[in-house]
Design a protein around this ligand. Structure first.
Ligand code: SF4
Length: 165
């Protein structure tokens, strides 16, 4: 049911997939952190990953460094790699103040269970997925042609519930 396996992702796969792989390869570039900082520039909000996920602790550490070097910008990172987030917290103790990490649901209509080691950690948030009954604040994107527009709920610690699509 992944949205990245249908719609425009399928229709334009010939263009999108090579670009996704190029971005994946770029993670190992020594200039990746600096390049991300420059690309984000003066923007106030940044969302990581429209599809794909963390590749390892080292990847989250790089993202955290980008966040630390863009203190004017609020970052939102969705992930199902709970274990990598746990590794990060165990090693660093806290997330950067301007980085919200959203633990994405593993199952539809079942609330995320935050691992004990991540409970009470600042900037850890939850994203659930529902069919009929929301489990948290409902995402308005489906009513806005799939766009966030001026909504910034995912850059907060609120539990968000996305309609399964
Ligand atoms: S809750 Fe708001 S910010 Fe989050 S995806 Fe939906 S529209 Fe965008």
């Amino acid at each position: 049911m992944c949205y990245a396996n249908k719609g425009n992702y399928l229709q334009y796969a010939n263009n999108i997939e090579p670009a996704q792989h190029a971005r994946l390869d770029s993670l190992n570039d020594v200039f990746w952190i600096d390049s991300m900082v420059v690309s984000i520039g003066a923007d106030s909000y940044f969302r990581w990953h429209d599809s794909g996920d963390l590749q390892g602790l080292w990847h989250l550490e790089k993202i955290a460094q980008v966040a630390q070097q863009t203190p004017h910008c609020l970052h939102w990172l969705p992930t199902r790699e709970y274990a990598m987030v746990k590794e990060y917290i165990a090693k660093h103790g806290a997330l950067p103040k301007n980085l919200i990490v959203r633990l994405s649901a593993m199952y539809v209509d079942k609330a995320v269970t935050v691992p004990a080691s991540l409970q009470g950690i600042a900037n850890i948030a939850i994203s659930n997925v529902h069919t009929t009954k929301p489990i948290g604040t409902v995402c308005n994107a489906p009513a806005q042609q799939g766009k966030c527009l001026d909504c910034r709920e995912c850059w907060t610690e609120k539990t968000i519930s996305y309609k399964a699509h």
